[in-house]
Design a protein. Structure first.
Length: 475
């Protein structure tokens, strides 16, 4: 990776001001892939200054100019899809099939949905003789995670470009190579100097410097609730807008009139996708208490059929967790489930049989979980399912909402009954009968899952300020 030890600032690949570096680890082998440069507050200052200067002209570009730029970015992204997928698979452990079918295409999808939103968006309207204008908010700080890296980069960069904003991106330092390729895409597409800038680094060094920077007008953050709180606290010092997509502990209600075998099997496998490292993963499966053992048997059989292995193998369904830290966290929470009395149906602590290196975990099913147990309340971020029994629909809704999170929820059952339950759930996305994430719908959460919404027109709106020109008609 030619640019691993450089940052992209003001349209150029530049050397960092400091000398600190960090190894990027392949989670399947525990061996270094390369080393990246780690930035500091001085690097952030340089990137923000470039973005601030570029905002003066880029904010004045026309809709047509930004449409043409997004179209060029999309074309260049398509040309690098293979490289992006390979990087994601190598640095964060996504199976190559998932990387090619979902990880890399997710970024492309958000760019395309943003382009369509921009073409139709109304930036001006008249209300009672007053002109209401939607304008770019300014310089934006973007902080993105490692679990769906291109999904989150594109879901922020795309609408920022569409709105006429300039930006500084701090991608995850755990899996940063794909972001460096994305920066190369932006350069190849001819994004004007200073509009897009990238600085690698840690949260305490670069993230804090961005969140508290007086010349950054908005922070868009995706990551843990703990880190999101830090971003909000630092951003409060300069009263900047903060939009966040944080953690989740999504309930998955299987109603008693659902196709039980199909729903439990489908959602067990879906929960394990991306090694369970999805903020909206349906990790709490709520089933009628009288059918707990039936559900457990289906989930157990599904889990034991999942192929865990080398992400580069075409037949692998579940790769490793992203890091030693994540591995240790998931192992500790699995042990906590055992210690607190949940019934371990399959999986458990330790690597899968025959594996002695890599951050691999066993797809794990706990049954007879109560919602006050640690594994029912904390976000595990691994392929670990908690089966919780409920008495009736009212009890299911109560348990589902009994969480500090509210990102997503899932329901399977007869359509009318599922819709009735959906109306009672405190979550930003409610998926009915296996419906997946849709980039044409808003994405974001209630409660400690964050604020604001991303994707399509809703993502574009987050990067705009509203101005009222009073008495416009009378002037």
């Amino acid at each position: 990776m030619d640019n691993a030890k450089k940052f992209y600032i003001n349209g150029e690949w530049v050397d960092p001001i400091g000398t600190e570096t960090m190894d990027v680890i392949n989670p399947a082998t525990e061996e270094p892939i390369c080393a990246i440069a780690l930035g500091n507050s001085a690097d952030v200052d340089r990137a923000v200054a470039a973005a601030k200067a570029a905002f003066e002209t880029f904010s004045q570009t026309t809709r047509e100019e930004r449409i043409a730029l997004l179209e060029k970015i999309i074309a260049c992204y398509k040309a690098r899809m293979g490289d992006i997928a390979a990087a994601v698979s190598q640095e964060m452990g996504a199976p190559v099939g998932l990387a090619n079918a979902a990880q890399a295409p997710a970024g492309l999808g958000h760019l395309m949905y943003t382009l369509n939103a921009l073409k139709e968006f109304s930036f001006e309207q008249m209300v009672a003789g007053n002109k209401i204008v939607r304008e770019p908010i300014g310089v934006c700080g973007l902080i993105t995670p490692w679990n769906w890296p291109l999904n989150q980069i594109a879901a922020k960069v795309g609408p920022a470009i569409a709105a006429g904003c300039t930006m500084v991106l701090k991608p995850t330092e755990i899996a940063p190579i794909n972001a460096l390729i994305f920066a190369e895409v932006m350069h190849e597409a001819g994004v004007p100097a200073g509009v897009f800038n990238l600085v690698n680094g840690t949260g305490p060094d670069v993230g804090v410097a961005m969140s508290s920077h007086p010349d950054i007008d908005m922070m868009s953050f995706t990551g843990s609730t703990r880190a999101g709180i830090s971003v909000a606290q630092e951003a409060a010092k300069t009263v900047k807008r903060v939009t966040q997509e944080l953690g989740g502990k999504s309930p998955n209600i299987i109603l008693d009139d659902a196709d039980f075998a199909a729903a439990v099997s489908r959602d067990m496998a879906g929960m394990c996708m991306n090694t369970g490292q999805s903020c909206n993963a349906p990790t709490r499966m709520l089933v009628p208490a009288s059918r707990m053992d039936e559900a457990a048997a289906i989930a157990k059989a599904t889990a034991e059929a999942i192929v865990v292995g080398d992400p580069s193998d075409a037949g692998t369904q579940v790769g490793p967790l992203v890091s030693q830290m994540q591995f240790d966290k998931v192992q500790a929470l699995i042990q906590k489930g055992i210690d607190e009395g949940a019934k371990l149906e399959t999986g458990g602590v330790g690597r899968p049989e025959g594996m002695n290196r890599g951050y691999f975990v066993k797809p794990t099913v706990f049954s007879h979980v109560t919602n006050d147990m640690t594994i029912a309340q904390e976000e595990i971020f691994g392929p670990v399912l908690s089966l919780i029994g409920y008495k009736d629909d009212e009890d299911a809704v109560r348990i589902a909402n009994d969480t500090v999170y509210g990102l997503s929820a899932y329901i399977s059952g007869s359509p009318e009954r599922a819709k009735a339950v959906a109306s009672q759930l405190r979550a930003g996305n409610v998926h009915l009968n296996g419906a997946g994430v849709n980039p044409g719908a808003p994405f974001g959460g209630y409660k400690q899952s964050g604020n604001g919404r991303e994707f399509s027109v809703w993502g574009l709106e987050e990067f705009l300020e509203t101005k009222a020109v009073i008495g416009f008609d009378a002037a």
